[in-house]
Design a protein around this ligand. Structure first.
Ligand SMILES: *Cc1c(COP(=O)(O)O)cnc(C)c1O
Length: 458
């Protein structure tokens, strides 16, 4: 592609992005397509000869975009709302242009060093001590996999050579994310050695139950090696009692990992500092800037106080990768060799918005959630099914599961908004997760009024 052609198409793409972001609220949040429909509109075979950029961009607009779920939409309230912000998108474009592989310090010194600097800044923002070493992985699932690997390395150093010793046992609450169990599967710990600790009525891990389970396993000759606490669970955003869990982790020599994938950025706002209370005693922690911190997917920030153990779990240096540099080579701290320059977009976002603005956005989302919960409750026909700790409201229409399923289907089919559901204490509930920086109170009112009108029509 000639520089002139690149410039022309590039300007067109940037214009498209600017218009898209300005008008994203006009699209139906969920596309009106059936499975297979998009694929059926595309040729079955790749072209023999190249095609002009205009044709490719036309098909992007006419075939691809109509099949998109718009995560950048201000009324995307499913799972966790996220934001691809302007500065984050620009950082992503530049990292594609530089196209470095940051496996070693010398394969791009700035990529390694900016990653250390940006994660150092974030560590300060969320109040973690300076001895936490930071590294970026793609997702929280992969960050947690690395935490469990480091925990296994510490408890069972021969695992690396001989495979994990049977009986290593991991604890996490029954509200924790499935990635914890997946990590245990991948590392050969085994699902039978993952204990799902019961929660209290606020969906927080019960420390007495944790203690009992650990003691029963010790008595049976098993080896508790890791406990994963969650700060902001996926269903209800509950926060496990990290200080008490840290006491038990210390008592039994377990690695404490804190999964703050969603909740971590809340600690940027002073009034939510207590979200990570006790996390300074953790062995590792993950938080996802791509969730509630305005950075495009994907970027997950992983911290550990024991980088040497993480390194021991994974380091394997082939001759062709040996270098004389006295520097951190990030390939030593995980499964992957090649790594994208993800720190650039994070650094753009942190500089462009600054701590205060990010804290203000998070604060506003939490305020919206409280107002929404209050007005649903006031209506009388709805119940709020979990404490509104941050920006997620779990609610249901009083009555049958069928009615609630029908309500969710009606919202999602309308194109107005996208919500998801969860099950709490065996009961089906709707979940509205506020997390997009473009969301205004009017967006939330539109959805609430849709819900009220739907209930009126029943
Ligand atoms: C979203 C989430 C995850 C998974 O995040 P990925 O980056 O998609 O792997 C893990 N834990 C919690 C608590 C989450 O909310």
């Amino acid at each position: 592609m000639s520089p002139e052609e690149f410039r022309r198409a590039g300007h067109e793409v940037v214009d498209w992005i600017a218009d898209y972001l300005a008008g994203v609220g006009e699209y139906p949040v969920l596309p009106r397509v059936q499975p297979g429909e998009i694929a059926s509109r595309l040729p079955a075979h790749a072209p023999e000869c190249g095609e002009p950029m205009e044709r490719i961009l036309d098909d992007f607009r006419q075939i691809v975009v109509p099949g998109m779920t718009h995560w950048n939409h201000p009324r995307f309230f499913a799972y966790f709302g996220i934001t691809g912000s302007g500065p984050g998108i620009l950082g992503e474009m530049l990292s594609a242009a530089l196209n470095v592989n940051g496996m070693l310090w010398r394969t791009s010194p700035s990529a390694t060093e900016l990653e250390q600097v940006a994660l150092g800044w974030l560590r300060e923002w969320i109040g973690l001590p300076a001895d936490f070493f930071g590294i970026i992985y793609d997702t929280a699932s992969v960050s947690t996999l690395h935490a469990i690997a480091a925990a296994r390395e510490r408890a069972d150093p021969s695992a690396r050579r001989k495979g994990a010793t049977p009986g290593l046992t991991l604890y996490t609450s029954e509200q924790s994310h499935s990635s914890v169990e997946k990590g245990a599967i991948a590392l050969g710990i085994g699902q039978d050695y993952v204990r799902h600790v019961p929660v209290n009525e606020r969906f927080e891990m019960r420390v007495d139950a944790l203690q009992e389970l650990v003691e029963a396993d010790v008595a049976a000759g098993r080896k508790p090696f890791c406990v994963v606490a969650t700060a902001g669970t996926t269903s209800t955003t509950s926060v496990d009692p990290i200080p008490e869990i840290a006491d038990i982790a210390e008592k039994y020599g377990m690695w404490l990992h804190v999964d703050a994938a969603y909740g971590g950025p809340a600690a940027i706002a002073p009034e939510f500092r207590d979200t990570l209370r006790g996390a300074e005693r953790a062995d590792s922690l993950v938080t996802n800037p791509h969730k509630w911190m305005l950075t495009p997917v994907d970027v997950s920030a992983f911290y550990t106080r024991h980088p040497q153990i993480l390194r021991r779990a994974f380091s394997l240096v082939a001759e062709y990768l040996e270098t004389p540099d006295q520097a951190v080579n990030l390939m030593d701290y995980g499964v992957q060799l090649g790594r994208r320059f993800r720190a650039l977009k994070l650094w753009f976002v942190m500089r462009y918005f600054g701590r205060e603005r990010i804290a203000a956005i998070i604060r506003e989302h939490c305020e919206f959630a409280r107002r929404l919960a209050a007005s649903l409750e006031q209506d009388g026909r709805f119940e709020i099914c979990a404490p509104v700790r941050f920006s997620v409201v779990c609610f249901r229409l009083k009555g049958s599961e069928e009615r609630n399923r029908a309500l969710l289907d009606a919202i999602n089919a309308s194109g107005l908004a996208f919500l998801s559901h969860t099950v709490l204490n065996g009961v089906y509930v709707l979940r509205m997760a506020i997390g997009n920086a473009r969301t205004t109170w009017q967006d939330i009112e539109k959805v609430r009024d849709f819900i009220f009108a739907w209930a009126d029509a029943q």
